[in-house]
Design a binder for this molecule. Structure first.
Ligand code: PLP
Length: 458
Protein backbone atom coordinates (compact mmCIF):
# COMPACT_ATOMS: atom_id res chain seq x y z
CA UNK A 1 0.00 0.00 0.00
CA UNK A 2 1.33 3.45 -0.89
CA UNK A 3 0.79 6.50 1.28
CA UNK A 4 0.03 8.75 -1.67
CA UNK A 5 -3.25 10.43 -0.78
CA UNK A 6 -6.24 9.46 -2.89
CA UNK A 7 -7.58 12.51 -4.71
CA UNK A 8 -11.20 13.52 -5.14
CA UNK A 9 -12.77 15.36 -8.07
CA UNK A 10 -16.16 16.94 -8.54
CA UNK A 11 -18.93 15.43 -10.66
CA UNK A 12 -19.22 18.89 -12.25
CA UNK A 13 -15.58 18.61 -13.36
CA UNK A 14 -14.58 22.24 -12.89
CA UNK A 15 -12.52 22.26 -9.70
CA UNK A 16 -9.00 20.86 -9.29
CA UNK A 17 -8.69 17.49 -7.50
CA UNK A 18 -8.38 17.75 -3.73
CA UNK A 19 -7.47 15.44 -0.85
CA UNK A 20 -9.87 13.82 1.60
CA UNK A 21 -9.33 16.50 4.22
CA UNK A 22 -10.60 19.30 2.00
CA UNK A 23 -13.37 17.16 0.54
CA UNK A 24 -14.62 16.23 4.02
CA UNK A 25 -14.54 19.72 5.45
CA UNK A 26 -16.11 21.34 2.37
CA UNK A 27 -18.91 18.79 1.97
CA UNK A 28 -19.92 19.96 -1.50
CA UNK A 29 -17.40 21.01 -4.17
CA UNK A 30 -17.13 24.71 -5.04
CA UNK A 31 -18.69 24.06 -8.48
CA UNK A 32 -21.71 22.55 -6.66
CA UNK A 33 -20.82 19.05 -7.76
CA UNK A 34 -20.21 16.03 -5.53
CA UNK A 35 -16.79 14.66 -4.67
CA UNK A 36 -15.80 11.29 -6.15
CA UNK A 37 -12.49 9.44 -5.72
CA UNK A 38 -10.29 9.75 -8.84
CA UNK A 39 -9.05 6.21 -8.28
CA UNK A 40 -10.43 3.46 -6.06
CA UNK A 41 -7.61 1.49 -4.46
CA UNK A 42 -8.07 -2.23 -5.21
CA UNK A 43 -8.43 -4.97 -2.61
CA UNK A 44 -6.72 -7.99 -4.16
CA UNK A 45 -7.73 -11.62 -3.61
CA UNK A 46 -4.75 -12.18 -1.28
CA UNK A 47 -5.73 -9.21 0.79
CA UNK A 48 -9.35 -10.27 0.93
CA UNK A 49 -8.21 -13.75 1.99
CA UNK A 50 -6.15 -12.28 4.81
CA UNK A 51 -9.23 -10.47 6.15
CA UNK A 52 -11.51 -13.52 6.37
CA UNK A 53 -12.69 -13.99 9.94
CA UNK A 54 -11.53 -10.57 11.15
CA UNK A 55 -13.84 -8.39 13.28
CA UNK A 56 -15.81 -5.59 11.62
CA UNK A 57 -13.67 -2.78 13.07
CA UNK A 58 -10.51 -4.31 11.62
CA UNK A 59 -12.03 -4.78 8.19
CA UNK A 60 -13.18 -1.15 8.34
CA UNK A 61 -9.64 -0.07 9.12
CA UNK A 62 -8.17 -2.15 6.27
CA UNK A 63 -10.63 -0.72 3.74
CA UNK A 64 -10.68 2.89 4.90
CA UNK A 65 -6.92 3.38 5.40
CA UNK A 66 -6.61 3.28 1.61
CA UNK A 67 -8.67 6.44 1.45
CA UNK A 68 -7.25 8.21 4.52
CA UNK A 69 -3.58 7.54 3.70
CA UNK A 70 -1.54 10.74 3.92
CA UNK A 71 -4.41 12.60 5.63
CA UNK A 72 -4.97 10.69 8.85
CA UNK A 73 -2.45 8.72 10.90
CA UNK A 74 -2.90 4.97 10.41
CA UNK A 75 -2.83 4.07 14.12
CA UNK A 76 -5.27 6.86 14.83
CA UNK A 77 -7.66 5.52 12.20
CA UNK A 78 -7.44 2.08 13.74
CA UNK A 79 -8.46 3.47 17.13
CA UNK A 80 -11.31 5.46 15.57
CA UNK A 81 -12.65 2.35 13.84
CA UNK A 82 -12.56 0.36 17.09
CA UNK A 83 -14.38 3.17 18.86
CA UNK A 84 -17.01 3.71 16.13
CA UNK A 85 -17.83 0.06 15.46
CA UNK A 86 -18.47 -1.37 18.90
CA UNK A 87 -21.82 -2.96 18.00
CA UNK A 88 -22.89 -6.17 16.25
CA UNK A 89 -23.39 -6.57 12.47
CA UNK A 90 -25.62 -9.65 12.25
CA UNK A 91 -25.98 -11.73 9.09
CA UNK A 92 -29.13 -13.78 9.27
CA UNK A 93 -29.84 -16.72 6.99
CA UNK A 94 -33.40 -16.39 5.77
CA UNK A 95 -33.61 -19.22 3.27
CA UNK A 96 -30.95 -21.30 1.51
CA UNK A 97 -28.34 -18.94 0.08
CA UNK A 98 -30.40 -15.83 0.77
CA UNK A 99 -29.31 -13.68 3.70
CA UNK A 100 -30.28 -10.53 5.51
CA UNK A 101 -27.62 -8.15 6.85
CA UNK A 102 -28.98 -6.15 9.78
CA UNK A 103 -27.37 -2.73 9.92
CA UNK A 104 -29.67 -1.70 12.77
CA UNK A 105 -27.64 -2.38 15.89
CA UNK A 106 -26.00 1.05 16.22
CA UNK A 107 -27.01 3.67 18.79
CA UNK A 108 -29.95 5.04 16.76
CA UNK A 109 -31.08 1.76 15.18
CA UNK A 110 -30.29 3.07 11.68
CA UNK A 111 -27.72 2.03 9.07
CA UNK A 112 -26.84 5.74 9.00
CA UNK A 113 -24.93 5.15 12.27
CA UNK A 114 -22.19 3.37 10.30
CA UNK A 115 -21.33 6.38 8.19
CA UNK A 116 -22.16 9.18 10.62
CA UNK A 117 -20.02 7.75 13.41
CA UNK A 118 -16.95 7.41 11.16
CA UNK A 119 -17.35 10.80 9.53
CA UNK A 120 -17.78 12.53 12.91
CA UNK A 121 -14.59 10.96 14.18
CA UNK A 122 -12.69 11.90 11.01
CA UNK A 123 -13.78 15.50 11.31
CA UNK A 124 -12.90 15.58 15.02
CA UNK A 125 -9.42 14.17 14.22
CA UNK A 126 -8.85 16.75 11.47
CA UNK A 127 -9.77 19.64 13.80
CA UNK A 128 -7.67 18.29 16.67
CA UNK A 129 -4.96 20.57 18.00
CA UNK A 130 -6.47 23.58 16.25
CA UNK A 131 -8.22 26.50 17.88
CA UNK A 132 -11.25 26.55 15.69
CA UNK A 133 -14.53 24.76 16.13
CA UNK A 134 -16.28 23.09 13.24
CA UNK A 135 -20.03 23.71 13.19
CA UNK A 136 -22.06 20.94 11.53
CA UNK A 137 -25.49 22.04 10.32
CA UNK A 138 -28.01 19.32 9.60
CA UNK A 139 -31.60 19.50 8.37
CA UNK A 140 -33.43 16.27 9.03
CA UNK A 141 -36.74 14.57 8.46
CA UNK A 142 -35.88 12.04 11.17
CA UNK A 143 -33.27 9.34 10.84
CA UNK A 144 -30.34 11.42 9.60
CA UNK A 145 -30.67 13.91 12.45
CA UNK A 146 -30.58 11.33 15.19
CA UNK A 147 -27.69 9.40 13.65
CA UNK A 148 -25.73 12.61 13.10
CA UNK A 149 -26.52 14.05 16.53
CA UNK A 150 -25.39 10.83 18.23
CA UNK A 151 -22.32 10.52 16.07
CA UNK A 152 -21.03 14.02 16.87
CA UNK A 153 -22.05 13.98 20.52
CA UNK A 154 -18.93 14.47 22.62
CA UNK A 155 -16.54 14.85 19.64
CA UNK A 156 -14.07 17.62 20.63
CA UNK A 157 -13.84 20.78 18.49
CA UNK A 158 -17.07 19.96 16.71
CA UNK A 159 -20.51 21.48 17.43
CA UNK A 160 -23.62 20.07 15.90
CA UNK A 161 -26.83 22.00 15.18
CA UNK A 162 -29.87 20.03 14.01
CA UNK A 163 -33.10 21.47 12.59
CA UNK A 164 -36.17 19.27 12.38
CA UNK A 165 -39.78 19.90 11.33
CA UNK A 166 -41.79 19.72 14.55
CA UNK A 167 -44.87 18.08 13.05
CA UNK A 168 -43.04 15.62 10.77
CA UNK A 169 -40.89 13.58 13.13
CA UNK A 170 -42.16 10.95 15.54
CA UNK A 171 -41.85 11.50 19.29
CA UNK A 172 -39.28 8.73 19.43
CA UNK A 173 -37.21 10.26 16.64
CA UNK A 174 -37.36 13.67 18.35
CA UNK A 175 -36.24 12.23 21.67
CA UNK A 176 -33.26 10.58 20.00
CA UNK A 177 -32.02 14.06 19.07
CA UNK A 178 -33.16 16.23 21.97
CA UNK A 179 -31.97 14.20 24.95
CA UNK A 180 -28.24 14.45 24.19
CA UNK A 181 -27.26 18.01 25.16
CA UNK A 182 -23.55 18.88 25.34
CA UNK A 183 -22.20 19.93 21.93
CA UNK A 184 -25.51 19.05 20.21
CA UNK A 185 -28.12 21.81 19.83
CA UNK A 186 -31.52 20.99 18.36
CA UNK A 187 -34.28 23.24 17.02
CA UNK A 188 -37.87 22.35 16.26
CA UNK A 189 -38.93 24.31 13.19
CA UNK A 190 -42.53 25.27 12.72
CA UNK A 191 -42.50 24.17 9.08
CA UNK A 192 -41.65 21.33 6.74
CA UNK A 193 -38.42 19.46 6.09
CA UNK A 194 -37.86 21.58 3.00
CA UNK A 195 -37.99 24.74 5.17
CA UNK A 196 -35.30 23.32 7.46
CA UNK A 197 -33.15 22.45 4.47
CA UNK A 198 -33.63 25.93 2.96
CA UNK A 199 -32.45 27.57 6.22
CA UNK A 200 -29.35 25.38 6.35
CA UNK A 201 -28.54 26.07 2.69
CA UNK A 202 -28.91 29.81 3.27
CA UNK A 203 -26.55 29.68 6.23
CA UNK A 204 -23.90 28.00 4.07
CA UNK A 205 -24.14 30.82 1.54
CA UNK A 206 -24.44 33.66 4.08
CA UNK A 207 -21.48 36.13 3.98
CA UNK A 208 -22.41 37.20 7.55
CA UNK A 209 -21.36 33.76 8.69
CA UNK A 210 -18.12 33.69 6.70
CA UNK A 211 -16.16 33.74 9.98
CA UNK A 212 -17.59 30.36 10.95
CA UNK A 213 -16.26 27.02 9.81
CA UNK A 214 -19.51 25.43 8.69
CA UNK A 215 -19.86 21.94 7.30
CA UNK A 216 -22.55 19.47 6.42
CA UNK A 217 -23.22 15.91 7.48
CA UNK A 218 -25.76 15.15 4.76
CA UNK A 219 -25.13 12.23 2.44
CA UNK A 220 -23.62 14.47 -0.20
CA UNK A 221 -20.48 14.44 1.98
CA UNK A 222 -17.93 11.89 0.73
CA UNK A 223 -17.28 11.11 4.40
CA UNK A 224 -20.73 9.51 4.57
CA UNK A 225 -20.05 7.40 1.50
CA UNK A 226 -16.68 5.76 2.07
CA UNK A 227 -17.62 4.02 5.36
CA UNK A 228 -20.69 2.58 3.65
CA UNK A 229 -18.52 0.46 1.38
CA UNK A 230 -17.17 -1.50 4.37
CA UNK A 231 -20.25 -3.56 5.21
CA UNK A 232 -20.43 -4.94 1.67
CA UNK A 233 -16.82 -6.12 1.98
CA UNK A 234 -17.66 -7.54 5.41
CA UNK A 235 -20.69 -9.52 4.18
CA UNK A 236 -18.66 -10.91 1.29
CA UNK A 237 -15.87 -12.05 3.61
CA UNK A 238 -18.32 -13.67 6.01
CA UNK A 239 -20.42 -15.56 3.46
CA UNK A 240 -18.59 -16.15 0.20
CA UNK A 241 -15.91 -18.58 -0.89
CA UNK A 242 -13.27 -15.86 -1.19
CA UNK A 243 -10.51 -18.05 -2.68
CA UNK A 244 -12.84 -19.11 -5.51
CA UNK A 245 -13.89 -15.48 -6.09
CA UNK A 246 -17.50 -16.53 -5.69
CA UNK A 247 -19.81 -13.78 -6.93
CA UNK A 248 -22.50 -12.24 -4.71
CA UNK A 249 -25.73 -10.29 -5.24
CA UNK A 250 -26.68 -7.38 -2.97
CA UNK A 251 -30.11 -5.80 -2.68
CA UNK A 252 -30.14 -2.22 -1.38
CA UNK A 253 -33.32 -0.38 -0.33
CA UNK A 254 -32.64 3.07 -1.76
CA UNK A 255 -33.71 6.69 -1.29
CA UNK A 256 -30.86 9.14 -1.81
CA UNK A 257 -28.58 6.35 -3.13
CA UNK A 258 -25.79 6.87 -0.58
CA UNK A 259 -26.03 3.28 0.61
CA UNK A 260 -26.05 2.13 -3.01
CA UNK A 261 -22.87 4.09 -3.80
CA UNK A 262 -21.18 2.18 -0.96
CA UNK A 263 -21.90 -1.02 -2.90
CA UNK A 264 -20.59 0.57 -6.11
CA UNK A 265 -17.34 1.49 -4.33
CA UNK A 266 -16.99 -2.08 -3.05
CA UNK A 267 -17.37 -3.34 -6.63
CA UNK A 268 -14.68 -0.94 -7.77
CA UNK A 269 -12.34 -2.22 -5.06
CA UNK A 270 -12.65 -5.63 -6.67
CA UNK A 271 -15.20 -7.41 -4.48
CA UNK A 272 -16.88 -9.93 -6.86
CA UNK A 273 -20.36 -8.41 -6.83
CA UNK A 274 -22.30 -9.86 -9.76
CA UNK A 275 -25.42 -7.72 -9.46
CA UNK A 276 -26.76 -4.91 -7.28
CA UNK A 277 -30.52 -4.73 -6.93
CA UNK A 278 -31.66 -1.12 -6.52
CA UNK A 279 -34.96 -1.41 -4.65
CA UNK A 280 -37.05 1.77 -4.45
CA UNK A 281 -40.57 2.36 -3.15
CA UNK A 282 -43.17 4.01 -5.39
CA UNK A 283 -40.66 6.79 -6.04
CA UNK A 284 -39.58 4.97 -9.18
CA UNK A 285 -37.70 7.67 -11.08
CA UNK A 286 -34.54 5.55 -11.27
CA UNK A 287 -36.15 2.23 -12.33
CA UNK A 288 -37.90 4.25 -15.06
CA UNK A 289 -34.66 5.91 -16.08
CA UNK A 290 -32.96 2.52 -16.41
CA UNK A 291 -35.86 1.21 -18.48
CA UNK A 292 -36.31 4.19 -20.81
CA UNK A 293 -33.06 6.16 -20.71
CA UNK A 294 -35.07 9.28 -19.85
CA UNK A 295 -34.74 10.84 -16.42
CA UNK A 296 -37.61 12.69 -14.78
CA UNK A 297 -37.72 13.68 -11.13
CA UNK A 298 -40.88 13.01 -9.16
CA UNK A 299 -42.14 16.29 -7.68
CA UNK A 300 -43.44 16.24 -5.01
CA UNK A 301 -42.11 12.88 -3.90
CA UNK A 302 -44.65 10.13 -3.24
CA UNK A 303 -45.58 9.31 0.35
CA UNK A 304 -44.85 5.65 1.19
CA UNK A 305 -44.56 3.67 4.43
CA UNK A 306 -40.80 3.33 3.88
CA UNK A 307 -40.66 7.06 4.59
CA UNK A 308 -36.88 7.50 4.70
CA UNK A 309 -36.93 6.55 1.00
CA UNK A 310 -39.54 9.06 -0.13
CA UNK A 311 -37.15 10.73 -2.52
CA UNK A 312 -38.17 12.02 -5.95
CA UNK A 313 -34.62 12.93 -7.00
CA UNK A 314 -31.79 11.07 -5.24
CA UNK A 315 -29.00 13.41 -4.21
CA UNK A 316 -26.34 10.78 -5.01
CA UNK A 317 -27.65 9.95 -8.49
CA UNK A 318 -25.09 12.35 -9.98
CA UNK A 319 -22.41 10.08 -8.50
CA UNK A 320 -23.86 6.94 -10.06
CA UNK A 321 -24.13 8.68 -13.43
CA UNK A 322 -20.52 9.87 -13.07
CA UNK A 323 -19.32 6.34 -12.22
CA UNK A 324 -20.84 5.19 -15.54
CA UNK A 325 -19.31 7.89 -17.67
CA UNK A 326 -22.15 10.42 -17.74
CA UNK A 327 -22.74 13.87 -16.26
CA UNK A 328 -25.74 14.98 -14.21
CA UNK A 329 -25.56 18.54 -12.92
CA UNK A 330 -26.70 19.86 -9.53
CA UNK A 331 -30.19 20.59 -10.83
CA UNK A 332 -30.69 16.97 -11.90
CA UNK A 333 -30.27 17.70 -15.59
CA UNK A 334 -28.58 14.94 -17.56
CA UNK A 335 -25.87 16.80 -19.51
CA UNK A 336 -24.24 13.62 -20.83
CA UNK A 337 -25.88 10.20 -20.69
CA UNK A 338 -24.17 7.39 -18.78
CA UNK A 339 -23.47 3.99 -20.34
CA UNK A 340 -26.98 2.55 -20.03
CA UNK A 341 -26.03 -0.89 -21.30
CA UNK A 342 -23.44 -1.25 -18.54
CA UNK A 343 -25.84 0.11 -15.93
CA UNK A 344 -28.42 -2.48 -16.96
CA UNK A 345 -25.85 -5.23 -16.75
CA UNK A 346 -24.54 -4.30 -13.28
CA UNK A 347 -27.86 -3.33 -11.65
CA UNK A 348 -31.46 -4.40 -11.52
CA UNK A 349 -33.66 -1.44 -10.57
CA UNK A 350 -37.12 -2.28 -9.26
CA UNK A 351 -39.96 -0.36 -7.63
CA UNK A 352 -41.94 -1.95 -4.80
CA UNK A 353 -45.43 -0.72 -3.83
CA UNK A 354 -46.65 -0.27 -0.26
CA UNK A 355 -48.96 -3.26 -0.71
CA UNK A 356 -46.03 -5.45 -1.75
CA UNK A 357 -44.00 -4.06 1.15
CA UNK A 358 -46.68 -5.04 3.65
CA UNK A 359 -47.15 -8.48 2.06
CA UNK A 360 -43.39 -9.03 2.25
CA UNK A 361 -43.29 -8.18 5.98
CA UNK A 362 -46.09 -10.68 6.59
CA UNK A 363 -44.59 -13.40 4.43
CA UNK A 364 -41.06 -13.11 5.82
CA UNK A 365 -42.47 -13.43 9.32
CA UNK A 366 -44.86 -16.30 8.61
CA UNK A 367 -42.58 -18.36 6.38
CA UNK A 368 -39.13 -17.65 7.76
CA UNK A 369 -39.66 -16.07 11.22
CA UNK A 370 -37.68 -13.09 9.87
CA UNK A 371 -38.76 -9.71 11.22
CA UNK A 372 -38.51 -6.92 8.63
CA UNK A 373 -39.52 -3.24 8.81
CA UNK A 374 -40.77 -1.32 5.75
CA UNK A 375 -37.36 -0.26 4.33
CA UNK A 376 -35.74 -3.68 4.66
CA UNK A 377 -38.91 -5.22 3.22
CA UNK A 378 -38.51 -3.14 0.05
CA UNK A 379 -34.97 -4.53 -0.28
CA UNK A 380 -36.11 -8.10 0.36
CA UNK A 381 -39.00 -7.84 -2.10
CA UNK A 382 -36.60 -6.39 -4.69
CA UNK A 383 -34.27 -9.35 -4.25
CA UNK A 384 -37.14 -11.85 -4.68
CA UNK A 385 -38.22 -10.13 -7.85
CA UNK A 386 -34.72 -10.12 -9.30
CA UNK A 387 -34.19 -13.81 -8.49
CA UNK A 388 -37.56 -14.74 -9.96
CA UNK A 389 -36.82 -12.84 -13.15
CA UNK A 390 -33.28 -14.13 -13.56
CA UNK A 391 -34.49 -17.70 -14.02
CA UNK A 392 -34.55 -21.05 -12.25
CA UNK A 393 -30.95 -21.91 -13.13
CA UNK A 394 -29.38 -19.31 -10.90
CA UNK A 395 -29.24 -19.64 -7.13
CA UNK A 396 -26.62 -17.04 -6.36
CA UNK A 397 -25.34 -16.11 -2.93
CA UNK A 398 -27.48 -13.07 -2.12
CA UNK A 399 -27.66 -10.54 0.71
CA UNK A 400 -30.42 -8.02 1.30
CA UNK A 401 -29.82 -5.00 3.54
CA UNK A 402 -32.03 -4.18 6.55
CA UNK A 403 -31.53 -0.46 7.18
CA UNK A 404 -33.56 0.20 10.32
CA UNK A 405 -34.58 -1.55 13.52
CA UNK A 406 -38.16 -2.88 13.39
CA UNK A 407 -38.86 -1.35 16.82
CA UNK A 408 -38.75 2.07 15.14
CA UNK A 409 -42.00 1.21 13.33
CA UNK A 410 -44.17 -0.25 16.11
CA UNK A 411 -47.55 0.77 14.63
CA UNK A 412 -46.92 -0.85 11.25
CA UNK A 413 -45.49 -4.06 12.75
CA UNK A 414 -48.30 -4.30 15.29
CA UNK A 415 -50.94 -3.89 12.60
CA UNK A 416 -49.36 -6.47 10.27
CA UNK A 417 -48.05 -9.11 12.65
CA UNK A 418 -49.80 -8.48 15.94
CA UNK A 419 -46.53 -8.27 17.82
CA UNK A 420 -44.71 -5.44 19.52
CA UNK A 421 -41.01 -5.51 18.54
CA UNK A 422 -38.78 -5.11 21.54
CA UNK A 423 -36.76 -1.90 21.77
CA UNK A 424 -33.01 -2.54 21.48
CA UNK A 425 -30.99 -1.49 24.56
CA UNK A 426 -29.63 1.54 22.68
CA UNK A 427 -33.13 2.98 22.23
CA UNK A 428 -34.54 1.97 25.59
CA UNK A 429 -34.84 4.59 28.30
CA UNK A 430 -35.10 7.66 26.05
CA UNK A 431 -38.75 8.12 27.06
CA UNK A 432 -37.67 9.19 30.52
CA UNK A 433 -34.68 11.39 29.66
CA UNK A 434 -35.22 15.18 29.77
CA UNK A 435 -35.54 16.87 26.39
CA UNK A 436 -33.92 20.14 25.44
CA UNK A 437 -34.59 22.01 22.22
CA UNK A 438 -35.27 25.48 20.90
CA UNK A 439 -38.05 26.64 18.63
CA UNK A 440 -37.73 28.48 15.33
CA UNK A 441 -40.20 29.70 12.74
CA UNK A 442 -39.22 29.36 9.09
CA UNK A 443 -37.79 32.88 9.24
CA UNK A 444 -34.04 32.77 8.54
CA UNK A 445 -32.74 35.78 10.49
CA UNK A 446 -33.26 34.46 14.05
CA UNK A 447 -31.38 31.30 13.04
CA UNK A 448 -28.47 33.35 11.74
CA UNK A 449 -28.44 35.47 14.89
CA UNK A 450 -28.31 32.33 17.01
CA UNK A 451 -25.33 30.99 15.03
CA UNK A 452 -23.49 34.32 15.30
CA UNK A 453 -24.11 34.71 19.00
CA UNK A 454 -23.25 31.18 19.92
CA UNK A 455 -20.30 30.43 17.68
CA UNK A 456 -18.71 33.63 16.32
CA UNK A 457 -15.96 34.95 18.57
CA UNK A 458 -16.10 38.72 19.03
C1 PLP B 1 -31.85 6.86 4.84
C2 PLP B 1 -32.51 5.55 4.83
C3 PLP B 1 -32.60 4.77 3.66
C4 PLP B 1 -32.11 5.25 2.31
O1 PLP B 1 -30.73 5.29 2.23
P1 PLP B 1 -30.04 6.11 1.04
O2 PLP B 1 -28.59 6.02 1.31
O3 PLP B 1 -30.56 7.52 1.17
O4 PLP B 1 -30.46 5.48 -0.22
C5 PLP B 1 -33.19 3.52 3.75
N1 PLP B 1 -33.70 3.07 4.90
C6 PLP B 1 -33.62 3.78 6.04
C7 PLP B 1 -34.23 3.22 7.27
C8 PLP B 1 -33.04 5.04 6.04
O5 PLP B 1 -33.00 5.76 7.17
Amino acid sequence: MTSEPILFTSTNRSVPPTDLRAALLQGQAADRGLFMPVTVPPLGVDELMSLVGRPYAEIAWSVLRRFTAGVLDDAKLRALCADAYDFAVPLERVQGRRWLMRLDQGPTGSFKDFAARMMARWMGALMEGGHEDLVILTATSGDTGSAVAHAYHGVPRVRSVVLFPLAEVSARQRRQMTTLGGNVTTFAVDGKFDDCQAMVKRAFADPDLAGLRLSSANSINIGRLLPQSVYYVYAYLRLADVAAREPIVFSVPSGNFGDLMGAVLATRMGVPISRIVIATNANDEVPRFFATGRYEKIVPSRVCISNAMNVGHPSNLARLVDAYGGWMDESGLLREPPDLARLRRDFCAVSISDDETRATIREAWQRHATLLEPHGAVGWAGLQRFLAESGALADPLAVSIETAHPAKFPEEIQALLGIDPELPPSLAGIESKPEQYGHLTTEYVPFREFLKERFLQA
